[in-house]
Design a protein around this ligand. Structure first.
Ligand SMILES: [Zn+2]
Length: 207
């Protein structure tokens, strides 16, 4: 048993749950009505509720390697990310979707690596980030930290474009019922930059 997690469960029940008891009772009686679908990376350093201060019931969350969004696929495979997007939009009626990439993202970094045949699922999944790579003609032979930060941001923009390939997303965005946001979280300085669509740049939320 992971003792540190077990101790965490005890602390939660003893110290935190009493403060949230009424909130949880209301959420179970009335059901969840999250306002936002948050699509983030599985990276252990990305903690959406800690980052945003969201309470239980506020964020519907998808986390996967790289915060990637697969394209809309009418062929209907086992698409966990697509199914969760569908549920968030059609059943929960979220009004916002945030795609949140982050600095030092291993998945985005790995899109530059040669394919590894020992990890077929990872290789297939990384295809969803490959179009965000900065071409060598633009960056030179070195993969600098600046290039990686740029790739992370380009990846968020790419995933937002893919979200718009979902008819259910596109229809609601066009109707003004849903707004998409791109975030880039710098884990080492606790800051989030947001995509400014008109400037095609990631800028501080509180400049
Ligand atoms: Zn990551």
């Amino acid at each position: 048993m992971p003792e540190d997690l077990i101790e965490g469960l005890r602390r939660f029940r003893r110290d935190k749950f009493p403060r949230y008891r009424e909130h949880y009772e209301r959420l179970t009686a009335e059901g969840q009505h999250p306002s936002t679908l948050f699509i983030g990376c599985s990276d252990s350093r990305v903690v959406p509720e800690l980052l945003t201060g969201a309470d239980p019931g506020q964020l519907f969350i998808i986390r996967n390697m790289g915060a990637f969004v697969p394209p809309y696929d009418p062929a209907l495979g086992y698409h966990g990310t697509a199914a969760t997007i569908e549920y968030a939009v059609l059943a929960l009626h979220v009004s916002e979707i945030v795609v949140c990439g982050h600095s030092h993202c291993g998945a985005v970094r790995a899109t530059y690596d040669p394919p590894n045949p020992d990890t077929p699922h990872i290789q297939r999944w990384l295809e969803l980030g490959r179009d965000a790579r900065v071409p060598e003609s633009e960056r030179g032979p070195e993969l600098t930290e600046a290039v990686l930060r740029r790739t992370e941001q380009r990846s968020v923009t790419l995933q937002l474009k893919r979200l718009m390939t979902y008819p259910l997303v596109r229809d609601r965005v066009d109707a003004g019922a849903l707004v998409l946001h791109g975030w880039h979280y710098f884990i080492e300085r606790g800051e989030v930059l947001a995509l400014d669509v008109e400037r095609e740049a990631y800028v501080p939320i509180d400049p």
